[in-house]
Write a protein that binds this ligand. Structure first.
Ligand SMILES: NC(=O)C1=CN([C@@H]2O[C@H](COP(=O)(O)OP(=O)(O)OC[C@H]3O[C@@H](n4cnc5c(N)ncnc54)[C@H](OP(=O)(O)O)[C@@H]3O)[C@@H](O)[C@H]2O)C=CC1
Ligand SMILES: O=C[C@H](O)[C@@H](O)[C@@H](O)[C@H](O)C(=O)O
Length: 316
């Protein structure tokens, strides 16, 4: 099947590695059952998605693996190599000895031999399995980034993943990694949308050759960690109406025009197709300018899951 999604090089990691610029998210809230998740992913492959974003904590690795197996079986794709699969190291495994077992567990869930990209999910370590939400602050600390990153490098060297990176890392944390990394992070996956543009972080990553991938590009509408801010934004609505596009398409196109890739989640056939219709038009200088001036509001999804701690905040 023809792949309609353009690809970008994943910089600085593994020669020749490329990534489709839009990926399908698989974190759902309220959580959906494995069968629904699997069918949605098969539908997404049928629609043209070739990049899937999962994480150990989402519980979506197994359904994604099952969907890939089905897509191969029914001939939607000829080989697993046609797909770009990202997964993430969860905070309870964020210590050096647990990283390789954790990626192996993810690969087993996915029934895959290798990942395309493995990310440290948050620069945080949980001292034990999460007993309750929000995670008590005494169970959360900042990871020992040097030793964990070295284990991530080992994952790449062992061929368990083609590239490694991080998620939800500030430029300060990236600077720390770059000071000792033998393999620099290829990607930083962060919240990014017109209402949380991450201008400084984007500039920093561009200068260091770290590709930015935008999660929550639609403000995570309908989830525990997001809200309706994007879809209620009058300026975005105006731009969308004048252009004959939807607010979602304006947001996704805007991300791409910043040079980032985008991970959007929809399990609805019509909306997943709509989200792919962003490659044959562009935003005008005036529209970009208008978006640039929108008031910014930090989304901070982790704030939903861990108890507030000024001490921790100060270290991130
Ligand atoms: N690294 C990290 O810490 C994080 C990573 N992520 C990753 O990024 C992915 C995307 O982020 P996510 O938080 O899910 O939120 P998104 O910003 O992608 O928003 C998803 C929501 O928007 C709805 N939606 C999708 N397309 C449209 C459309 N065209 N029009 C109207 N509504 C639409 C979806 O509903 P419906 O399905 O009904 O269409 C869903 O409710 C996640 O699934 C996950 O893979 C997300 C958060 C944090
Ligand atoms: O328990 C915590 C949560 O899973 C949270 O950290 C993630 O779901 C994150 O928002 C994401 O979607 O990647």
């Amino acid at each position: 099947m023809e792949n309609k999604v353009p690809i970008v090089p994943v910089v600085s990691s593994f020669s020749g590695l490329t990534m489709p610029v839009i990926g399908m998210g698989t974190a759902s809230y309220p959580p959906v059952d494995a069968g629904t998740l699997k069918s949605a992913i098969v539908e997404a492959i049928r629609a043209g998605y070739r990049h899937f974003d999962t994480a150990f904590i989402y519980g979506s690795e197994q359904p994604l693996g099952a969907a890939i197996a089905e897509a191969l079986n029914i001939g939607l794709i000829k080989s697993r190599n046609e797909l770009f699969i990202t997964s993430k190291l969860w905070c309870t495994y964020a210590e050096p000895d647990l990283v390789i077992p954790a990626i192996k567990m993810s690969l087993e869930n996915l029934q895959l031999e290798y990942l395309d990209l493995y990310l440290i999910h948050w620069p945080l370590k949980f001292s034990k399995e999460v007993s309750r939400l929000p995670v008590p602050k005494e169970e959360v600390s900042v990871i020992d980034i040097k030793s964990v990153w070295s284990a991530m490098e080992e994952c790449q060297l062992l061929g368990l993943t083609k590239a490694i990176g991080v998620s939800n890392f500030s430029s300060r944390k990236l600077e720390e990694i770059l000071s000792f990394a033998k393999i620099p992070p290829a990607v930083n996956q962060v919240e990014m949308n017109p209402l949380w543009q991450q201008k400084e972080l984007n500039e920093y990553c561009k200068a260091k050759g770290i590709h930015v991938s935008a999660h929550s590009p639609l403000g995570s509408k309908g989830t525990l960690w997001g809200d309706n801010r994007i879809f209620d934004c009058y300026a975005l609505k105006e731009i969308a109406e004048a252009k004959g596009k939807t607010i979602a398409q304006i947001c996704l196109r805007w991300v791409l025009e910043q040079g980032a890739s985008v991970i959007a989640k929809s399990f609805n056939k019509k909306r997943m197709e709509e989200n792919l219709e962003i490659f044959d038009w562009s935003l005008s200088v005036e529209e970009l300018e208008k978006i640039r001036g929108l008031p910014q509001c930090k989304f901070n999804s982790i704030g939903t899951f861990i108890e507030p701690s000024a001490e921790l905040e100060a270290q991130l």
